[in-house]
Design a protein around this ligand. Structure first.
Ligand SMILES: Cc1cc2nc3c(=O)[nH]c(=O)nc-3n(C[C@H](O)[C@H](O)[C@H](O)COP(=O)(O)OP(=O)(O)OC[C@H]3O[C@@H](n4cnc5c(N)ncnc54)[C@H](O)[C@@H]3O)c2cc1C
Length: 269
C-alpha cells in the first residue's frame, strides 16, 4: 500500500494549474481531496510522476448564485456542499447527495470536481448532477468550455476531460421548492451505491447501472405521458447494462433500479 515515487507541486491559481499540467506532460495528475486518487496510487492502479495540488485554490471553492443557476467551485468539499444554505434551499437534491458520500472524513476532503472527474458510475454526485440537468465548466489549453453533465461522462471512469484540462465549476439549475427524490441502496452506511436513483424535474438518473450515470429514459417518457410513479418505474431498467460483482448480479441490480426509481418518484411527489 505504498505509492510509486512522485513529485508534488502546488498550483497558485487555476491558470497556473493548466500551465503546470502542460509543462509536466501526460504523467501529471491534479490532486484535489485525494480520496480517490491516493487509494488508486497506493494500490498502484495509478502511478503519476507528478501531483499538482489544486485543493487549496480559493477560486475553486464555494457556492454562488448566477441568475437561475448555482455555480459550485470544483474544489468545494462534500461537507461544505451539504451544509451550504444556498444549495439546501435551491438544489436540495445536491445537498442531500453530498451528505450521502462516504463518512465525515471523506466528506471533509473529497470534492465535487474530484468526484465528477473520477467518474465512478456508482458515485453519488455524478448521478445527482445528471438528475438535476447540470453542466460543468472546464478550463483547458484552448480556453474555457461548458458541457452538459450528460455529455461529460463518456465511459467507465472516463470523461471528456483532456490531459491538460481543469474542471473549474459545476452548474445546476436553481429550483427552490421543487420536488425531488434520492434513493441509494448500500450494504454499509459509508459505501458507494450498489444501485442509486435520483429524480428531479422530469429526469431520472441511475447510479451503477452501466458505465456512466444513466438516464432512465423509458421511465421518463412514461411519466411525461401520464403514467403513475409505479408504472413508470417498471421501465427504469430498460436499456441498462449493469455489471455484476459480489454484491449483486445483473438481474438484482435491474430489480433494484425499478424499486429505487419508484421510491424516488414517490418521494418527489
Ligand atoms: C472509503 C471511501 C468511501 C467513499 N464513499 C463514497 C460514496 O459513498 N459515494 C461517493 O460518491 N464517493 C465515495 N468516495 C469517493 C469520494 O467521494 C472522493 O472524494 C471523490 O470521488 C474524489 O474526490 P477528490 O476530491 O478526493 O478527488 P481526487 O482523489 O483528488 O482526484 C480524483 C481524480 O479526479 C481528478 N481531479 C480532481 N479534481 C479535478 C479537477 N478539478 N479537474 C480535473 N480533474 C480533477 C484527479 O486528477 C484524479 O484523477 C469514497 C472514498 C473513500 C476513500
Amino acid at each position: 500500500m505504498i505509492p510509486a515515487p512522485f513529485d508534488y507541486l502546488t498550483a497558485d491559481s487555476p491558470r497556473h494549474a493548466i500551465e503546470l499540467l502542460a509543462r509536466c506532460g501526460e504523467d501529471a495528475k491534479l490532486l484535489a481531496g485525494g480520496h480517490s486518487l491516493l487509494p488508486m496510487m497506493k494500490l498502484r492502479l495509478a502511478a503519476p510522476s507528478v501531483l499538482i495540488d489544486i485543493g487549496q485554490l480559493a477560486e475553486l471553492a464555494g457556492v454562488r448564485a448566477d441568475g437561475d443557476e448555482l455555480v459550485i467551485g470544483a474544489a468545494t468539499c462534500h461537507a461544505d456542499l451539504a451544509a451550504a444554505e444556498l444549495v439546501r434551499t435551491d438544489a436540495p437534491l445536491l445537498a442531500h447527495a453530498a451528505a450521502q458520500v462516504g463518512d465525515p472524513q471523506i466528506r471533509h476532503r473529497g470534492t465535487i470536481g474530484g468526484s465528477l472527474a473520477h467518474a465512478d458510475p456508482a458515485a453519488d454526485l455524478p448521478m445527482a448532477v445528471v438528475a438535476l440537468g447540470g453542466s460543468v465548466e472546464i478550463l483547458g489549453p484552448a480556453g474555457r468550455r461548458r458541457l452538459a453533465a450528460g455529455d461529460f461522462f463518456t465511459g467507465f471512469f472516463e470523461t471528456s476531460l483532456g490531459p491538460g484540462d481543469l474542471l473549474t465549476a459545476v452548474r445546476v439549475p436553481r429550483t427552490p421548492g421543487a420536488g425531488w427524490g434520492y434513493q441509494k441502496f448500500t450494504r454499509r452506511a459509508n459505501d458507494w451505491a450498489i444501485v442509486g436513483a435520483a429524480a428531479a424535474g422530469g429526469r431520472i438518473a441511475l447510479a451503477n447501472m452501466g458505465p456512466v450515470p444513466l438516464r432512465a429514459r423509458a421511465a421518463e417518457r412514461a411519466l411525461a405521458a401520464g403514467a403513475s410513479p409505479a408504472q413508470a418505474a417498471e421501465l427504469a431498467a430498460e436499456g441498462t447494462s449493469p455489471g455484476e460483482d459480489m454484491h449483486a448480479d445483473r438481474e438484482y441490480r435491474q430489480h433494484l433500479a425499478r424499486v429505487l426509481t419508484r421510491r424516488a418518484l414517490e418521494q418527489q411527489g
